[in-house]
Design a binder for this molecule. Structure first.
Ligand code: DAT
Ligand code: MG
Length: 140
């Protein structure tokens, strides 16, 4: 299979607890390469736009407030089957259901404060990468 790219966010609960390096180590151990990375403090407009697909969900307001509560690290990860591999390394949305060894099992605090975001399909990965990065910022 060809190299694929996916989009990741290390979320506020994780940056706040100084877990950035431990989470990046999980990606690298799984064979995912960091080809773009920046630490940003998302604006409300960015968070609402990024999570627009969830705007009718009851937790939308809470999700946006959380995502702008602290800085985040946005990244592009590259590797074989990167979208699915990243989802595997992340673990289930709810840490209570996440498999042993996954990022969410080890680090997440709750279903909302769950340490990482990862694209769910190649098409959404392409859109999410474009939302935060220019082509020039991605160095493969
Ligand atoms: P994932 O992040 O695993 O792709 P998702 O796309 O269904 O999960 O939801 C996006 C984020 O919204 C999720 O990481 C945390 C938050 N969220 C989802 N379900 C929630 C719930 N029932 N209560 C609170 N926050 C929730
Ligand atoms: Mg999702």
């Amino acid at each position: 299979m060809a190299l694929e790219r996916t989009f990741s966010i290390i979320k506020p609960d994780a940056t706040k607890r100084n877990l950035t390096g431990k989470i990046i180590a999980k990606f690298e151990e799984a064979g995912l390469r960091i080809v773009a990375s920046k630490r940003i403090h998302m604006t409300r407009a960015q968070a609402e736009g990024f999570y627009g697909v969830h705007k009718e969900r009851p937790f939308f307001g809470e999700l946006v407030d959380f995502m702008i509560s602290e800085p985040v690290v946005v990244q592009v990860l590259e590797g074989e089957n990167a979208v699915a591999k990243n989802r595997e390394v992340m673990g289930a949305t709810n840490p209570a259901e996440a498999a042993e060894g996954t990022i969410r099992k080890e680090f997440a605090l709750s279903i909302g404060e769950n340490s990482v975001h990862g694209s769910d399909a190649p098409e959404t990965a392409a859109e999410e990468i474009k939302f935060f990065f220019t082509d020039a910022e991605i160095v493969g």
